[in-house]
Structure formats: C-alpha cells, structure tokens
Design a protein around this ligand. Structure first.
Ligand code: ASP
Length: 349
C-alpha cells in the first residue's frame, strides 16, 4: 500500500515535471518556430471571465495557426510575422488595428514596426489613423521606400500609394476601448485608483492605460534560418495627441538580427524607449555572449527597476524562446515545428 502510494506520488511528480518542461518550448532547438504576444498587464484569473479567456485563447490560436501555415509552406519569417499580426490587428480583442485604444482626444493613433534579421532592414509607421493594418504599412516602408520610419498623414499617403487598405477612422472604434478612455479621464481628474494595469504609472505619471496593455507582436524563425520581428499597437489609453511609443522605434520595442535574436516588446513604452530594450537584449547577446533567456530577463529587470512595467518575446536563431514580463500576466504563445501550439496568459499557464 505504502509502496504503491510512493510509486503513485513519484509518477505524479514526474508527470508534473514533464508538463512543466513541455509547457516551456523555450529550451528546445527548433528549425522553424513562431512566438507571439498580445500584451501584458493585470491579467489574473480573478478579473478574467471564462468566456473572455476562451476568446483570447481562440484568437491567439488562430494567429499562431496562420503563422505556422506560412512557415510550414516555406515562406519567409517576414511573411509569417505580417500574416500573424494581421489576424491580431483584425481582432477587436487586442490594442492594435480594430480595437486600438483611444488618445485623450478620442482618436485612434496607431504605431507599428517590422524588421528582418537577415538584412537588418526595417520599416515603421507612427501616429496613423486610417491604415487598417499598420504592420503592412510598416513593411511597405521597409520594402518600397528608402526610409525606415514614416509618420501621420505622410505615412498614410505613402500606404495608399503602396496599395495598403485605407479605412474610415470609425473602423477602429470599440465600445470597450471608448469606455476605457472615459474611465482613464475620470481617474486622472479624480485621482482615484481603479482597476488598473500599472500601479506604478498611476503613482509616477499622468498617463493612464487600460487594465492591460494589449499591444501585439510576433517573432518568427523560418526554414531558411532567418528571423523577423514585428509589433503593432494603439499605444496607451489617454495618451496625448502625437505621442509615439516604443513599438515603432527600431531597437526600443522591435528589433531583429540573425546573429542574435528577434524581439517584440509590450508595456509602458516610455521606459522601453529610454532603455532601448530590444536592442539592449541583442547587444547583451552579441557582446557578452549571453543566452536569449538571460539577456531578456536582464532587460526586463532593468525596466522594472526604473519603474516601468510590461514584457517581451524574444527568439534566437536556433529557436530558443524567452517570454519574460514583470506584470501579472501576458498573453503569449508559441507554435513549434511539429505544429504544437501553446498559449499562456498567467504566470505559469
Ligand atoms: N508599448 C506600447 C506603448 O507604449 C503599449 C503596449 O505595449 O501596450 O505604446
């Protein structure tokens, strides 16, 4: 009886260890792999309904399936990143494209960037209000212009010429985000502490944001061994007109270099810009020979020490994944070369 119990306990522990290992695709080399995030913040089981969690998991799964199909067909990591981010931009659940958060003035001003690790070519747009899929405009800037970044109306005119879909700004509206802005404005003047993703931002600054950040990002490694990274966002709720976050700034929120890693960040953008987080990770790997896991962890620790919060996804050229965050949760997921999809929201699952 006792022997059986011990046997049972040992196998239970073994199974648990296996589950933990399996649930972290991080340490296994992969020929091709895709990693995504859908934003970080106060994501706890307590403030998440079953329906909402299921909807997020379904949207993240669809995004990963799209990326996987692209990679499996032998297409480039750049194609996979763009296609995957499209899915998340088109979903009202995320703070990118449809469902982007509102500025203080009640507008949706979006930022996006994409970078290719092989050529280290990059493209970005910022403060755009009519481009349905800002990530495609970022790619057009990279491939069809001699520039890296375009902003506002110029970026929109360029995107139109490049054949990118333009929509009425009303397309981006969702009631949830509008209500989020009203709540943020109320908090600002009343200085009340409501359900909020960043206790630090409330103490230190005037910027309020939704109870989660919701930016989307993707990093892929393709069959040819090339990395690409992309990020797309509506920024932060109640941001001032013209404010640009880290997402479209190459080296801050987005970066890719085949010799180190592809990185996409989400969080309180001002801290990611000041710390040049994405490039910092690449530099630690390049100059100090650090692993992607250690470099990513060190970068997030630094952001946290300064008072910022958020997370990031990073993928090295061998397919090792790091997904650290200093918030309660981060929507994130991976699809490995065997087609296995893994979605995580909270600290451990
Ligand atoms: N990093 C984004 C910004 O500051 C916000 C986010 O990640 O949700 O614009």
């Amino acid at each position: 009886m006792i022997k059986n119990l011990i046997l049972f306990k040992t196998s239970a522990i073994l199974l648990l260890c296996m589950a933990v290992n399996v649930s972290i695709a991080q340490n296994k080399e992969q020929k091709y792999i895709m990693v995504i995030h859908g934003g970080a913040g106060t994501l706890t089981r307590k403030n998440m309904s079953v329906e909402k969690e299921a909807a997020y998991r379904a949207a993240l799964t669809l995004a990963l399936q799209t990326g996987y199909k692209t990679l499996k067909a032998g297409k480039s990591s750049l194609d996979a990143v763009e296609a995957t981010i499209h899915v998340m931009e088109d979903s009202p659940l995320f703070n990118a494209g449809k469902g982007a958060v509102f500025t203080h003035d009640g507008k949706n001003e979006m930022d996006a960037a994409i970078m290719e690790g092989k050529t280290m070519m990059a493209g970005a747009v910022a403060g755009v209000t009519t481009i349905k899929n800002p990530i495609s405009a970022a790619r057009a800037v990279m491939e069809k212009s001699e520039h890296v970044m375009m902003v506002g109306q110029g970026a929109e005119a360029f995107a139109r010429q490049a054949g990118i879909t333009i929509v009425d700004p009303k397309y981006f509206y969702t009631k949830e985000r509008w209500d989020g802005l009203q709540q943020a404005i109320k908090e600002d003047s009343a200085k009340a502490v409501l359900d909020h993703g960043s206790k630090k931002s409330m103490k230190l600054g005037t910027l309020n944001h939704d109870f989660k950040f919701g930016t989307v990002g993707a990093v892929a490694l393709d069959q040819a061994g090339n990395l690409a990274a992309g990020t797309s966002t509506g920024g932060m709720t109640n941001k001032k007109y013209g404010r640009v976050g880290d997402a479209p700034i190459i080296g801050a929120g987005t970066y890719a270099n085949n010799t180190t890693a592809g990185i996409s960040c989400t969080g309180w953008g001002e801290f990611y810009i000041r710390n040049v987080v994405a490039h910092d990770i690449s530099a630690m790997m390049e100059y100090k020979n650090m692993s992607v896991t250690d470099a990513a962890a060190a970068a997030i620790e630094k952001v946290g020490k300064m008072g910022g919060d958020g997370g990031l996804i990073a993928l090295d050229a061998k397919g090792h994944v790091a997904m650290p965050f200093n918030t309660e949760g981060m929507y994130r997921g991976t699809v490995t070369e065997d087609g296995k999809i893994e979605i995580l929201i909270y600290k451990n699952n």
